[in-house]
Design a protein around this ligand. Structure first.
Ligand code: ADP
Ligand code: ADP
Length: 228
């Protein structure tokens, strides 16, 4: 079963703006894919359909085979676990007194407790190289460290697909490299929305180019960039 299957997805906002015109894409398990395209292409609208924040248009989205249906509360809860979104601003995601509590928040909400929860949190922090800051307040960390902790809060949910919005934005060169190393080391499926072409080329073997609400190109990142 692919991590993500988008089929014939079309969507107009309530004001009538048609943002997506029949998007088709399949992303296999463990792939890292960049979602590229100019402002207004529909990238945000597409991402908001992956976890059911937007719905009610035409077409289907499946995550690990499960259909995203904004009206099905129970299925949507599972979809929100499967689709882990890392926002552009980590401070939208970190709100607890310590890093450990921020990373524990999601899995505790799923019902994990005790040692099982501790293991889940430790593993997620380990995967982003932030185990040593577990007991610190997130706001004492650098921006790059906060972004990696934000990634850990999502990994702790053991998602089917990790979606990142502009992961390299506002990072200094060292933090950029550290995050790239983390993302490359994960075995989870990654969809990265970015305008940072070098970052996409470095991290994502495949890219989707969204333009005017349709997939204008889908293929090896280096081939697509050579065609530009
Ligand atoms: P991108 O993320 O690629 O910049 P968006 O998904 O934000 O593109 O926007 C796609 C289209 O939908 C654009 O024409 C944009 O102006 C429009 N749009 C986005 N959000 C809304 C909204 N809340 N209401 C109406 N139109 C919107
Ligand atoms: P991004 O670069 O992340 O796509 P945008 O600048 O396109 O962000 O949009 C920022 C916010 O404004 C989003 O929440 C989007 O839904 C909203 N938005 C974009 N275009 C419109 C529009 N035409 N009407 C109403 N809201 C819009």
């Amino acid at each position: 079963v692919p991590s993500l299957e988008v089929s014939g997805l079309a969507y107009a906002y309530p004001d009538g703006t048609q943002a997506l015109f029949g998007v088709n894409a399949v992303v296999g398990r463990g792939e890292r894919v960049a979602l590229l395209g100019p402002n207004g292409a529909g990238k945000t609208t597409l991402v908001l359909h992956l976890n059911g924040i937007l719905g009610g248009g035409l077409g289907t989205v499946r995550v690990g085979g499960l259909a995203v249906d904004a009206r099905d509360k129970k299925a949507l809860r599972e979809i929100r676990r499967r689709v882990g979104v890392v926002f552009q601003d980590p401070d939208d995601q970190l709100f607890m007194p310590t890093v450990r509590e921020d990373v524990a928040f999601g899995p505790a909400n799923l019902g994990l407790r005790g040692e099982e929860l501790d293991r889940r949190v430790a593993a997620a922090l380990e995967r982003v190289g932030m185990g040593h800051v577990a007991d610190r307040p997130p706001q004492h960390l650098s921006f790059g460290q906060r972004r990696r902790v934000a990634v850990a809060t999502v990994l702790a949910m053991e998602p089917e697909i990790l979606v990142l919005d502009e992961p390299s934005s506002n990072l200094d060169p060292a933090s950029r490299r550290e995050l790239a190393d983390v993302l490359r080391s994960l075995d989870v499926t990654v969809l990265m929305v970015t305008h940072d072409i070098p970052y996409a080329a470095e991290l994502c073997p495949r890219s989707l180019i969204l333009s005017g609400g349709v997939i204008a190109a889908d293929g090896p990142t280096l081939d697509l960039l050579a065609d530009e």
